[in-house]
Write a protein that binds this ligand. Structure first.
Ligand code: GAL
Length: 682
């Protein structure tokens, strides 16, 4: 099956990016050049007006959309698209001066001055009214415009405000959620350090000792952001019901639960700035990127997403301004497509002359013409896109899913302990993810409330918090024949961040996992611990492997041992287990092991389950294969993250190289940092 194109009338890859002609209005020749260079660069889609509020409304109530009319008309003439932004990411200075309530109040209790961007109060009725007016004007003006492709609401929502209006809204949110203060006290375990509240107004979000409070504040911020976004899109939906809406995300940004933001979006857009810093091998960055893309695809059940921002060369805000080496840009763009993007866009189309982004990479550099390396690489992507139209709307088919849950991460983060030096939740999800990425196996990255129906193998790395109903769903998944790999720190707290009583993993999982986790040893770098595979274990694991940070002391309650601890007072006790439950199995890793063990374990489980690999033969280190399919045709992306040539064994299969048109069999040769797109020949 195929999903419809992101912009329904445009069944091609979207290519282009943030375009700020509002910065260049005094330089009309530059704008003429922009349009000439669009064709040459193969760019066809532009995010317009993201920070253009002052140019639309230089004085309160006085509007001027002349420049946008001109740009939209010129885009339409070329058959190109605008992803039109609402400008709420940065407001005019006049507004901040006249209505200080639009400015945020920081944790110190002080109101911010006018500065920077992304710092407006989401509750302020004045701000909401001003946003509604400008959004309505934009929607009214461009509702029938042929260039209007989609809406880009605000920009990278983030941050918090502690003004009186926000606090009032917080109390209201709590009241709605908990109904009575007594109930809140119980859920938050506030009988601690004399915190049992007697009025909502006593609840200061800055109080760091009540874990449930901190968790709820993070939830409240997400709710507030979504509420603000819903407010922003009311006029857009009313006036332009056919145009889809999105808000650009920032990967695994910790400040918002993006699964909730995703619910407000019609399609997912992500901004992504990987650091390809290693001279020889960037596979770590590559697999992390892959995990982020897989999550963005999974957020809408597999629907293609938009890579809304990426850098065509180097950013100016990361520690190093390391230029993309030959092949790296192409690989980065093909990687996004491989994991489900139907658009590869940039920040930014033309590099500004001044202010704090003047050194940020762009399609058109200060020199102003097309004869640059970066421009040529971007044009090459335009050409590649045209060869890949058949990929548009296709998705992946994953038998494996990794659960990555924002709220669980927050709960773990906000808990003092069980050990603090090295929680590393996202990193640990990544270590597990990487084992599949290296094997060329498609993975969905889901949250714990998603359906498990399509999967055969579920990976639960450090799922510290169990949301209501989760344990029952896991029980059913395993009973019905599913397989789970769970790690240490799974099932410790409930959704108020209160520890389960009656033994971990809580909420009935003890029975499903066949074990009791009695205590957690948070070992230091000076401790030496290992897991040692036991003879004749059912996965045929062999050897000894290093262990870091976490060792749980578990007792078997039906599970069988695969490996034991090698050292210390719990030497010989179970460390890695498997439990049969109904028709399925649960593997449990009580310790954080070196990557080599993760690879061995996950390979053995994949082998046992006969999980489908995209290419049959073992991939060289640093190479991954990812696949998109419409259910019939299969498009295989092979990406080399090492800066040396590599050869991929294709076994007996035959493919067509979609970029060169040639037939490929036996083996595929990849350049250093090289990439290829193959269609499988059946
Ligand atoms: C993004 C932001 C863009 C631009 C870019 C620079 O986070 O949305 O406006 O600042 O970073 O890399």
């Amino acid at each position: 099956m195929k999903y419809p194109p992101i912009i329904s009338k445009f069944p091609h890859f979207l290519h282009g990016g943030d375009y700020n002609p509002d910065q260049w209005l005094k330089h009309p020749k530059a704008i003429d050049e922009d349009f000439r260079l669009m064709d040459l660069s193969g760019c066809n889609t532009f995010s317009l007006g993201i920070f253009a509020w002052t140019s639309y409304e230089p004085e309160e109530g006085k509007f001027n959309f002349d420049w946008l009319d001109m740009i939209m008309d010129r885009l339409a003439k070329k058959g190109y698209n605008a992803i039109l932004a609402t400008p709420s990411g940065a407001r005019p200075a006049w507004m901040a001066m006249k209505y200080p309530e639009v400015l945020r109040v920081s944790r110190s209790g002080l109101r911010e001055t006018y500065n920077n961007r992304h710092n407006h109060c989401w509750t302020s009725p004045v701000y909401r009214e001003k946003v509604n007016i400008i959004n309505t004007k934009l929607a009214e003006r461009y509702k029938y415009h042929p260039a209007l492709g989609a809406w880009h609401v605000s920009n990278e929502y983030n941050g918090e405000c502690l003004c009186d209006l926000c606090l009032k809204s917080w109390y209201e949110w709590l009241r709605k959620k908990y109904k009575t203060i007594d109930n809140l006290n119980e859920c938050w375990w506030t009988y601690f350090w004399s915190h049992n509240y007697t009025a909502w107004e006593q609840i200061d979000p800055r109080d760091g000792c009540v874990d449930g409070l901190r968790l709820d504040w993070a939830r409240f911020i997400t709710w507030q952001c979504c509420d603000f976004m819903k407010h922003e899109i009311v006029p857009l939906k009313k006036l332009t019901p056919a145009a889809k809406v999105t808000a650009n995300m920032m990967g695994f940004f910790n400040g918002l639960d993006y699964w909730r933001v995703a619910e407000v979006c019609d399609f997912i857009a992500d901004d992504s700035y990987p650091s390809w810093y290693k001279p020889d091998d960037n596979s770590d960055t590559g697999s992390f990127q892959g995990m982020a893309h897989d999550m963005h695809r999974s957020m809408k059940g597999g629907k293609p997403f938009v890579l809304m921002e990426s850098c065509p060369s180097a950013t100016n805000w990361q520690p190093y301004h390391r230029l993309k080496r030959p092949g790296v840009h192409k690989r980065e763009m093909l990687q996004a497509i491989a994991h489900g993007a139907d658009a590869t866009m940039y920040f930014q189309y033309r590099k500004g002359m001044g202010s704090c982004e003047k050194f940020h990479g762009a399609v058109i550099d200060h020199v102003g013409h097309e004869k640059t390396r970066v421009f040529k690489e971007v044009s090459e992507i335009g050409k590649i896109h045209r060869k890949l139209d058949a990929v548009i709307g296709t998705s992946t088919k994953s038998e494996v899913a990794i659960v990555n849950d924002w709220e669980s991460n927050w709960a773990l983060d906000y808990s003092a302990g069980p050990t603090n030096a090295s929680k590393k939740y996202i990193e640990n999800c990544h270590s597990m993810y990487r084992t599949f990425w290296k094997s060329g196996v498609s993975v969905d990255v889901i949250e714990s409330t998603c359906s498990f129906d399509k999967y055969r193998l579920l990976v639960l790395p450090m799922l510290f918090m169990l949301k209501k109903g989760f344990a029952e769903r896991i029980d059913k998944f395993v009973s019905d024949g599913g397989t789970v790999i769970a790690t240490y720190l799974t099932g410790i707290v409930d959704d108020h961040d209160r520890c389960f009583t009656g033994g971990w993993p809580g909420c009935g999982l003890r029975k499903v996992f066949g074990l009791w986790n009695e205590e957690i040893d948070g070992i230091t770098p000076d401790d030496k611990q290992q897991v040692v595979a036991v003879k004749g274990n059912e996965l045929n694991l062999k050897g000894k492997f290093e262990v870091y940070d976490y060792c749980e002391r578990i007792h078997l309650e039906g599970a069988k041992v695969l490996a034991v601890y090698g050292n210390d007072f719990y030497s010989g006790e179970p460390a890695i287990t498997v439990n049969r439950h109904g028709k399925g199995k649960v593997y449990y890793m009580a310790a954080r092991t070196e990557d080599d063990f993760l690879m061995k374990l996950s390979s053995a489980v994949m082998e046992d389950l006969k999980i489908r690999k995209i290419l049959q033969k073992t991939l060289p280190d640093g190479v991954t294969a990812q696949m998109r399919t419409d259910g019939k045709r299969e498009f295989v992306f092979v990406l080399n993250f090492k800066s040396k040539k590599q050869t991929v064994d294709l076994g007996k299969e035959k493919f067509k190289d979609m970029l060169t048109g040639e037939t490929v069999k036996h083996s595929l040769k990849l350049e250093a940092d090289g990439s290829a797109v193959l269609e499988r020949i059946f």
